[in-house]
Design a binder for this molecule. Structure first.
Ligand code: PHE
Length: 334
């Protein structure tokens, strides 16, 4: 190999070297002591014909200097190279965290609580597992009475049930306090209903109870009217239909005027213009007796409403199962 060939090869090798290790390999290959290609050329000079020695020796030395300079420059360049770009850009906005929010049933419960708390009601809680006494007997529902069927529930053991309504909380509150009372008891209730778009074996109610010396049906009407207008809109009317509950006398189902068609009749109200929203009545004297209140001195009213139903009506939800299916596409809309 003559010096010119070595030069071309060296420049090519140099151009391919992209790391300091590769540069060192090039340096050893061409400039290495004794074994390097150029040292070999220089070592061969004394054996050349005298007229060539000077030229070959000079070009080999020139190339040695040139390569040394180029290698040094290449090495400097590599060590100045900025570090590899960071894998993330700290100036970009971070990934968005999806914030959860309050479940629509909890929102509805809180709205009801808020409206009644402005009328002096206090929120109280009772157990979801109840004894038959609180769920039935104390509420004037004897074991052999046909009305028991409509409140039938799941038995955990003889005498212990999952409460089928929030009314037992009325009894627990009256047992532990004296009138005047204004309490609101929200919570889960259970019934052995087959699930469909309108029924669930677990749902929520809000119970209301007011007891004082002169509490009347007019108080019940006024407070439920205020509630209906606050919850469903200021144009809402209410209507009381005579009904029966073992623990109230007289009893009434309460309807609100259909807030969608304003009472004209539509699919939501099945054409009647009215929607049933709750059960209510004056506390039956038998319930006062069960808790040791004097029914001659005290009167009171109670009401109970289904939270799922209120929420479905208000937001136009047509299937009760969406509340427990945990589908964020649905829940995030409320
Ligand atoms: N507890 C009744 C029910 O579950 C509702 C109700 C409560 C009725 C209070 C009257 C008074 O259907």
């Amino acid at each position: 190999m003559d010096v010119e060939q070595i030069r071309r090869q060296a420049l090519e090798d140099l151009s391919k070297a992209s790391t300091t290790t590769e540069l060192d390999q090039v340096r050893t290959k061409y400039l290495g002591r004794k074994k390097g290609l150029l040292d070999q050329v220089i070592a061969s000079v004394p054996g050349l014909p005298p007229e060539q020695r000077r030229a070959v020796g000079k070009s080999a030395n020139d190339l040695k200097n040139e390569l040394t300079r180029l290698l040094d420059e290449a090495k400097d360049k590599l060590s100045q190279k900025p570090p590899a770009a960071p894998r993330s850009d700290p100036t970009l906005p971070g990934p968005r965290l999806r914030l959860g929010h309050v479940h629509p049933l909890t929102q509805t419960t809180r709205q009801v609580e808020e409206i009644f708390s402005r009328m002096g009601f206090e929120v109280v809680l009772g157990p979801e597992t109840e004894t038959e006494f609180y769920n039935f007997e104390a509420l004037n529902i004897p074991a052999d009475h046909p009305s028991r069927d409509s409140f039938d529930t799941f038995y955990l053991s003889p005498g212990v049930v999952l409460r089928s309504h929030t009314s037992p909380v009325q009894v627990r509150v009256m047992e532990s306090r004296r009138p005047p009372l204004r309490v609101l008891a929200p919570g889960r209730v259970y019934r052995p209903d087959t699930e469909d778009a309108r029924h669930a074996s677990m749902f929520h109610q809000v119970e209301g109870l007011m007891v004082d010396e002169r509490t009347s049906f007019a108080d019940l009407k006024a407070m439920l009217f205020i509630f209906a207008r606050e919850f469903f809109g200021s144009e809402t009317k209410i209507r009381f239909r005579p009904s029966f509950f073992p623990f109230t006398e007289p009893s009434a189902e309460v309807d609100v005027s259909c807030f969608r068609c304003k009472g004209k009749g539509c699919s939501l109200c099945s054409g009647s213009g009215w929607i049933e929203v709750l059960g209510s009545g004056m506390v039956d004297p038998a319930v006062f007796e069960a808790v040791g209140y004097d029914p001659e001195r005290y009167t009171g009213f109670a009401f109970g409403m289904g939270v799922e139903r209120l929420c479905m009506l208000k937001y136009g939800i047509d299937d009760i199962r969406v509340f427990t299916q945990n589908d964020c596409r649905v829940l995030s809309q409320f």
